[in-house]
Design a protein around this ligand. Structure first.
Ligand SMILES: NC(=O)c1ccc[n+]([C@@H]2O[C@H](COP(=O)([O-])OP(=O)(O)OC[C@H]3O[C@@H](n4cnc5c(N)ncnc54)[C@H](OP(=O)(O)O)[C@@H]3O)[C@@H](O)[C@H]2O)c1
Length: 239
């Protein structure tokens, strides 16, 4: 079985400036528990983002067009070749057939390719309850959520610290769509709140401007009007 594992924020951001945007101990432990003793396949950028290099107690496969000099990893110039090699890896064959699992662990480019080619049987998605500010960063990576919706037979398992689902619960595809819609809704709600705040501010500033335009001439000409009235009144009386 081929699985993908990812953690996302409210906007499906997965990385900023080539690194994980958060430090979530629970998520790291969850990742370790699932992937230990398995083959993990990653893109070159994800490999370069690992703070201590190759992940221990796992077979590390890296997809890259440029071979990397690291005895703890195996390099492949395509995802397909990496998957074929993983299926022959002794670490994979050693496990009973029903429990065999190869993990695609990112990043964006690898998830995109695997989902577009319908290679993923199971998706482990950790929803990190945060919104990463990407406005200042040089570049960032996202999870291709739309492509998941095209994969009708994918099984989704969510992490226990995901506020939208129960612990490690495998759910069918209809629940997946509901979950993804719910996550998207959370993201959109946040965006709409920001937009509404801005719109409210613009309306209030506009109203203050209109009131100022009306009020300024009134205050400027008011003394002049009060001076002429008694004078005019006296003249009428004399006639
Ligand atoms: N939140 C999470 O769960 C999570 C998980 C993983 C990564 N991340 C984050 O995601 C970011 C990295 O993602 P990314 O999209 O920039 O990069 P990536 O997918 O990790 O790596 C892209 C690189 O992998 C190689 N590659 C990918 N597909 C290939 C193919 N089919 N054939 C040949 N080479 C291929 C290419 O390297 P060459 O240029 O060497 O050919 C490409 O430039 C980092 O910020 C990381 O922290 C987050």
């Amino acid at each position: 079985m081929i699985s993908a594992i990812v953690s996302v924020d409210t906007n499906f951001v997965i990385g900023v400036n080539g690194h994980l945007p958060w430090h979530c101990k629970e998520d790291l432990m969850y990742f370790k528990k699932l992937t230990t003793g398995k083959v993990v396949i990653m893109g070159r950028n994800t490999y370069e983002s690992l703070p201590k290099g190759a992940l221990p107690e796992r077979s590390n496969y890296v997809v890259t067009s440029k071979p990397i000099d690291d005895p703890n990893i195996k390099c492949f110039d395509s995802l397909q070749k990496a998957i074929e090699a993983a299926e022959s890896d002794k670490i994979y064959k050693w496990i009973p057939k029903a429990k065999r699992e190869i993990f695609i662990i990112g990043g964006q480019r690898l998830y995109e390719e695997a989902l577009d080619r319908y290679l993923i049987d199971k998706l482990y998605i950790s929803y990190i309850d945060t919104t990463v500010d990407t406005s200042e960063c040089a570049y960032y990576s996202t999870f291709p959520i739309e492509s998941v919706l095209k994969n009708k037979n994918i099984i989704v398992s969510t992490a226990s610290f995901c506020p939208l689902a129960k612990a490690n619960e495998a759910i069918d595809n209809s629940d997946l769509i509901a979950l993804l819609k719910a996550v998207t809704k959370v993201a959109n709600k946040q965006k709409n709140t920001d937009k509404n705040l801005l719109a409210g501010f613009v309306v209030i500033m506009g109203l203050i401007g209109v009131i100022a335009i009306i009020a300024i001439p009134f205050f400027m000409f008011k003394p002049h009007i009060s001076n002429t009235t008694p004078h005019h009144h006296l003249e009428v009386k004399r006639l």
